[in-house]
Design a protein around this ligand. Structure first.
Ligand code: GTP
Ligand code: MG
Length: 359
């Protein structure tokens, strides 16, 4: 399951956005509270709704994303407290980060400045990565003489040198354009500055209709490789999430906004992370699953169940649009739009798949 860490400086609105996204109720404005919360959100998918309308299944199961509401940190924290004492370690286990940037003014806090805050969070990430990678480097250099496979270790040392050099020059690792094998080498250290980031401008209520305009101002300064920008008003999203759909519609009409920002945040996250969806249909459930783009049919089977991956034989595949045009699986078969694919087949966004396997 995709795990997205909600990060950002203290008081930026993380918990408010987390509550809106997951419906999990935790205390807002609980500054200084050092605990994190985990919640899940359904990924809305119109295609799944359409399939469900056509295929008689007992239930519809959306793909799920997990959000982690992290403890806020302050600029300069890593250098003061050292990495072990900072809670940035918790963020390492996330696949991606959603960084909340305060764009409104709050009594007791400095004037909201998203660009400044984005850079200072990045500095904390880079410093913390530097500490971890440097430790690894020293260890490798020390043990090199005893190692049976020196060339692997030397490759890693060269990569670490490149990373440390970048970090020393305040270049986040996500800007290095690393190759797949280099990413694999770095995986055990889960560098923070390598994680894809969705930066979210948390705008004040007064600016809710100026989101687009504010985005233009900040896009060039914040976006880059592995970073995309979106905007939302966390406190309003939190209120919308509490209402039933009719009241929510009225509330949004009063505010002059078309839709909640939450769906958009999820869509941007999918795009940023290169994720796609495939579907399975059956009498018990029709369901959406999330995988990385360019994964094989066998890997997709693994997303459903490890046994299915291990015992994979073949997959029957029809694309969503072909299924919708015919309305049922049997017609897909007779019309020849349902194909039999082997384990190497690369799954396409919107494929409907039926796995054959033996354990
Ligand atoms: N005006 C305004 N206030 C907001 C918005 N989002 C959050 N706040 C307020 O900002 C304060 C902090 O919000 P939280 O959601 O607790 O922020 P946080 O990032 O979780 O804070 P920490 O966990 O302490 O780092 C609260 O008083 C919120 O009501 C917003 O969109 N507009
Ligand atoms: Mg909080």
């Amino acid at each position: 399951m995709l795990r997205i860490g909600i990060v950002g400086l203290s008081g930026s609105g993380k918990t408010s956005l987390f509550r809106a996204l997951t419906g999990v109720v935790t205390e807002v404005g609980a500054a200084g509270r050092r605990e994190m919360h985990v919640g899940q959100a359904k990924v809305p998918d119109l295609r799944l709704d359409q399939i469900f309308a056509l295929f008689p299944s007992a239930k519809k199961v959306n793909a799920i994303v997990e959000y982690v509401d992290m403890v806020g940190f302050n600029a300069g924290e890593v250098s003061k407290a050292g990495f072990e004492d900072s809670f940035l370690g918790d963020i390492r286990t996330c696949d991606a980060l959603l960084q909340v940037l305060r764009c409104f003014d709050q009594p007791g806090l400095t004037k909201g400045d998203p660009v400044r805050d984005f850079r200072s969070a990045d500095q904390e990430f880079m410093l913390s990565d530097h500490i971890i990678l440097e430790k690894r480097m020293k260890r490798l250099q020390k043990d090199l003489t005893k190692m049976p496979n020196k060339s692997e270790a030397q490759k890693e040392i060269a990569l670490l040198e490149r990373c440390l050099d970048a970090l020393g020059n305040e270049i986040p690792l996500r800007q290095l354009n690393l190759k797949a094998d280099e990413m694999t080498m770095l995986r055990p250290y889960q560098p923070l500055s390598l994680k894809p980031q969705l930066a979210v401008l948390n705008v004040g209520e007064a600016d809710i209709r100026r989101e687009e305009e504010l985005m233009i101002d900040y896009k060039a300064k914040i976006e880059g490789p592995g970073v995309e920008l979106a905007a939302a008003c966390a406190s309003i999203e939190m209120e919308i999430a509490l209402l039933d759909s009719e009241s929510a519609r009225e509330f949004m009409d009063d505010l002059g906004i078309e839709a909640s920002a939450l769906d958009r945040l999820l869509r941007v996250s999918y795009h940023l992370l290169g994720l796609i969806s495939f579907f399975t249909i059956g009498h018990d459930e029709c369901r959406a699953w999330t995988i990385q783009r360019d994964q094989s049919a066998k890997q997709a089977a693994g997303a459903v169940h490890t046994d299915m991956e291990r015992g994979f034989i073949r997959a029957d595949v029809a694309h969503f649009r072909d299924f919708i045009a015919r309305g049922n699986w049997a017609a897909c078969r007779t019309d020849g739009v349902m194909r039999v694919e082997g384990k190497e087949y690369i799954v396409e966004d919107g494929d409907i798949m039926e796995f054959r396997f033996a354990v």
